[in-house]
Design a protein around this ligand. Structure first.
Ligand SMILES: Cc1ncc(C[n+]2csc(CCOP(=O)(O)OP(=O)(O)O)c2C)c(N)n1
Ligand code: SF4
Ligand SMILES: [Mg+2]
Length: 442
């Protein structure tokens, strides 16, 4: 006899379900478990992504991977997860409320035919917040926000995704004995699949409308909404098609990697956070990228995070760079080891990081911004001594980074020079600025 390896995907420690007695959410969760048992998927290869609402409580019952996100946005997280690893089975659990709030995400997922399965816990109202009407509340439906009866046409979720390119679409009720099979087929479908499951919210929609299992079926036929598999078509699945279009091969990363060969040696023995604070249009972010390249050429692990306002051409421009001899986990900088402040716009953006610096840290700052209160070791930079670059503010960051490398044991200045030589159109100018920085003493 064949004994299945996985007899359940539910975490017994979390049971019983936290849903109200008789709530359809518990029935759907159990039927999804039955579908997974039928498919015998490796739980580590399954990701259950939940939306907000009572339905959003369901992921904690599963022993698979899980992700819980913002209301209506679960399809976007699922899309990202699938794109990152097309081998995963990604299952979204969302309420009818989420389908309304994130309706455009559903449409775009269907258009892409991204390989995720959306299971709609459709109870015609916002259960978690007190039974307000949703996009699927039937005409005349009584809810806390439509006490005189819903006037809006209910959305046909199945037709909406079908007409926009979904490859497997089905509708049924939580009472359907064939639900595990239907869910299993949806999960096995390569592209975008959706199962709209009509069910009962026993706390709100049922008492407000004297609703029942029988009325579920009556409503379906009254509205003329089809049940069973309502739509099926074969189209290329997006995450695979995307990989094929870029690399020509499935299973390969989308971009060919171009490793930078290590040519220099760094003496840096600990993780060091470097904050470069400047202004828009002063080449802060691009200079930081070249600085990072120099660090990689020196065998260091590197991260770079840029921050600037939506008004790209005005305001601050800050780059946070982390250099480390070993793997970098957390990529934030709470207390910078080194800070370079070039312009007043940047200074106001990094005040809290500056306040966290201690006497072990070093602050390089444009002398025009002095005086300043800090516990860090202060190194003023007088750009009036920067020769031909004294008035060319776009070059100041290069001058200052060369000074920093000259004064601190981060990585060799030669590596930085090699890094800036890569972009030939600016190489000459950058090398000249570095030469000036080299001569400015700390
Ligand atoms: C963007 C946004 N709007 C409103 C809310 C408040 N909110 C939390 S749960 C919920 C209703 C959820 O309804 P549904 O998605 O149908 O799930 P159910 O509770 O019925 O399972 C709402 C409106 C929110 N979290 N985010
Ligand atoms: S409020 Fe409604 S949807 Fe939420 S758990 Fe209770 S019955 Fe279920
Ligand atoms: Mg709901």
């Amino acid at each position: 006899m064949n004994i299945p390896a996985y007899t359940t995907y539910l975490d017994e420690m979390q049971l019983p379900y936290f849903f109200c007695p008789g709530c359809g959410h518990g029935m759907i969760t159990s039927q999804l478990n039955a579908a997974l048992v039928r498919l015998q998927l490796d739980p580590l290869k399954v990701v259950v992504v939940t939306d907000i609402g009572c339905s959003g409580l369901a992921d904690k019952y599963f022993t698979t991977n899980a992700f819980h996100g913002l209301h209506g946005r679960s399809v976007t997280y699922a899309t990202g997860i699938k794109l990152a690893d097309p081998e995963l089975k990604v299952i979204v659990l969302m309420g009818d409320g989420g389908c309304g709030i994130g309706g455009h995400h559903l449409i775009n997922a269907a258009r892409r035919n991204i390989g995720v399965t959306v299971v709609v816990f459709n109870n015609f109202n916002y259960g978690m917040t007190g039974g307000e009407h949703s996009v699927t509340t039937p005409l005349g439906g009584l809810t806390s926000s439509s006490p005189l009866g819903q006037l809006e046409q209910p959305m046909d979720i199945c037709q909406t995704v079908a007409v926009n390119g979904a490859s497997f679409v089905a509708r049924t009720t939580s009472f359907d004995k064939g639900l595990p099979d239907l869910l299993a087929s949806a999960i096995q479908n390569e592209g975008f699949s959706l199962v709209d499951i009509w069910e009962l919210c026993t706390a709100y929609y049922v008492p407000n409308n004297r609703f029942s299992k029988g009325l579920l079926e009556d409503t379906l036929s009254r509205l003329g909404f089809k049940t069973g598999i309502t739509h099926q078509q074969s189209r290329p699945e997006y995450s695979r098609a995307y990989r094929e279009s870029v690399s020509g091969e499935i299973g390969k990363p989308p971009m060919p990697s171009r490793p930078i060969a290590v040519k220099y040696t760094s003496r840096l023995d600990r993780r060091t956070g470097i904050v470069i604070a400047g202004a828009a249009g002063r080449k802060i972010n691009s200079a930081a990228t070249l600085f990072c390249r120099g660090a990689v050429l020196s065998g260091l692990q590197v991260t770079q995070r840029n921050d600037y306002p939506v008004t790209v051409k005005s305001g601050h421009s800050v780059s946070e760079v982390i250099l480390a001899p070993s793997e970098i986990g957390y990529t934030g900088i709470t207390r910078p080891g080194v800070m370079l402040v070039l312009f007043k716009e940047g200074l106001s953006a990094v005040r809290s990081q500056l306040a966290a610096m201690t006497g072990e840290d070093v602050l390089f700052i444009n002398s025009q911004l002095l005086p300043i209160e800090t516990r860090a070791k202060l190194i003023p930079i007088d750009f009036s001594k920067a020769g031909i670059w004294a008035n060319k503010k776009e070059a100041w960051v290069m001058v200052a980074l060369a000074m920093i490398l000259n004064g601190l044991p981060l990585f060799p200045l030669e590596a930085f020079k090699e890094a800036v030589s890569v972009r030939s159109e600016f190489a000459e100018e950058n090398l000249a600025a570095i030469a000036v920085g080299e001569k400015l003493s700390i």
